[in-house]
Design a protein around this ligand. Structure first.
Ligand code: FAD
Length: 486
């Protein structure tokens, strides 16, 4: 009776394993089948937890690009290789006998969520936050204004940012936003080229940065030093960045030392480092280092953009007009309020780093456009049985990989609870990738397996070795597919 509702009649009997195209054991299709959309940290950590929690579940991961790992590959700064070590754990998960990777599948376009739900017992959406928040001021569209998402994508080899070619011929760059991504961008703009040469930054970005005229980077925030959103590691890297010196506005720090008493320890340490950098007279050695520095970075607090100013002769930017704010309230909840004063800062490059944003990829899936997340309770998508979400799509685009890991484990726990309690109906067998592969083939979509990705990985590492880099990333999807198919 069990076999009647079970497509395993066509496949090896339960428990015995056949071999699939990617060389994996092919389990009975009576097993519960879960599909994950997106192969960033959220996708992989959700998969890892599910596979570990139950011995029978099969997990398929669908990814839009031919290459896995999401922002670990395309977001994390090239000079943070240690952060990318999580790839080793993800690779172990991908190679697990009950996990399969299908790259080059754009869910929402190549296959719908409804089709995935037909084929799997549960679908987990983990496709991250691929949009960006706009600044919403006149002049935002001028040449010379970039979103941090595109700028980071450019130096990290995201295929659709390949042709960004930012104009780095100006002396001053302004970054809007004071989170870790803003500091990543500032650091990459100001790092000595010799240290970038040893990273996996793309060759075009390396060449452009080698020619860059940018000497001064101002990192602008609406509120004050006590509200800054970066963490101490990133700030320390700025403070110690070879060849640079800080340029702060001492009056921005009035009253800050006194307000430090009752704040949590991480913020206290971060603020103390800022105070030291901004106000204390440096020691002899540090002074000498600063005297030799040819590049400058600094925070500009209590400022919001009003307009990007155009150069009258060209269609590019000449500067940015900032509103001067004051704070109402204190601590994390303090509000920036306009004073009516304005300030123009001449600059030739503006990078807006005010946040990533999730997008809806399928109209059938509930989506909260205001919060730009999929509405959920503990990862269970509201009013959509069998549908779950994890990662930045679940929480909004904040938090490091460890935060994403925890929220993905929580989602996996919810899913496991629903399987165990019977809330998730496992009584009918589901075809899983068998039916989705057939659909994709009909639509002319050829997925990239994990072993295909390993070919790309090998080529990238070989190319990198030739120039003393850990890897030289392939920059075009077609090139990736060509290597995958050899
Ligand atoms: P993502 O990593 O974005 O993964 C989403 C995946 O879904 C992507 O692979 C994407 O291609 C895929 N996808 C999108 N749409 C579709 C679709 N329609 N169909 C199929 N697949 C799709 N954290 C740290 O701990 N340390 C750092 O140094 C650090 N640096 C960062 C630097 C930057 C610039 C950014 C933006 C973030 C950084 N983070 C860092 C945070 C970390 O990257 C995130 O916490 C984490 O990547 C979020 O994981 P995610 O899986 O939700 O999203």
């Amino acid at each position: 009776i069990l076999l009647i509702g079970c497509t395993s009649l066509l496949r090896p009997p339960s428990g015995s394993a056949g071999i699939t195209r990617c060389g994996k054991a092919c389990y009975s299709s009576c097993n519960p089948k879960v599909c994950i959309v997106g192969s960033g940290p959220a996708g992989f950590y959700t998969a890892q937890h599910i596979i570990k929690a139950r011995q029978d579940v099969e997990v398929d991961i669908y990814e839009r690009l031919p290459v896995p790992f999401g922002l670990v590959r395309f977001g994390v700064a090239p000079d943070h290789p240690e952060v990318k070590n999580v790839i080793n754990t993800f690779t172990q998960t991908a190679k697990h006998s009950r996990c399969s990777f299908y790259g080059n599948v754009n869910v929402g376009k190549d296959v719908s969520i409804d089709e995935l739900q037909q084929a799997y017992h549960a679908v987990v959406l983990s496709y991250g936050a691929e949009g960006n928040r706009s600044i919403g001021v006149p002049g935002e569209g001028l040449a010379g204004v970039y979103s941090a998402k595109d700028f980071v994508g450019w130096y990290n080899g995201l295929p659709n940012c390949r042709e960004l070619s930012p104009d780095l011929s100006c002396e001053t760059a302004v970054i809007l936003g004071q989170g870790n991504v803003a500091l990543d961008v500032a650091r990459i703009l100001l790092s000595p080229i010799d240290s970038l040469k040893k990273t996996d930054i793309t060759q075009p970005a390396l060449e452009a940065l080698a020619q860059s005229q940018v000497r001064r980077v101002l990192i602008v925030g609406r509120r004050g030093p006590m509200q800054i959103a970066c963490t101490i590691k990133e700030l320390r890297e700025m403070v110690n960045l070879p060849g640079t010196r800080p340029e702060m506005v001492a009056t921005d720090f009035e009253g800050v030392a006194e307000a430090l008493k009752d704040v949590p320890r991480p913020r206290k340490r971060l603020t103390e480092l800022m105070l030291k950098t901004a106000l204390e007279k440096p020691g002899e050695k540090e002074q000498e280092r600063r005297n030799k520095a040819s590049r400058i970075w600094g925070f500009r607090f209590f400022r919001s953009p009003i307009e990007v100013l155009a150069d009258p002769n060209h269609n590019k930017i000449a500067g940015i007009r900032l509103a001067v704010n004051k704070l109402e309230g204190s601590g994390e909840g303090a509000q920036a309020v306009l004073t009516g004063e304005e300030e123009d800062v001449p600059c030739g490059l503006v990078v807006s780093s005010i946040g990533y944003k999730s997008l809806s990829i399928d109209p059938s899936v509930p989506f909260d456009s205001r919060k730009a997340i999929v509405p959920n309770i503990m990862g269970r998508v509201q009013q959509a049985a069998g549908l779950y979400c994890s990662g930045w799509l679940k929480t909004g685009p904040t938090g490091v990989i460890a935060t994403t890991m925890n929220n993905s484990f929580d989602t996996a726990r919810s899913l496991m609870e629903d399987m165990d309690s019977g809330t998730l109906d496992l009584s009918a067998a589901k075809p899983g990738s068998q039916s989705i592969s057939a659909l994709l083939e009909k639509r002319g979509v050829k997925p990239v397996t994990f072993s295909d990705w390993e070919k790309i990985d090998n080529v990238e590492m070989m190319r990198g070795e030739a120039s003393g880099k850990p890897r030289e990333k392939l920059l075009k999807v077609e090139e990736m597919l060509q290597v995958a198919r050899t």
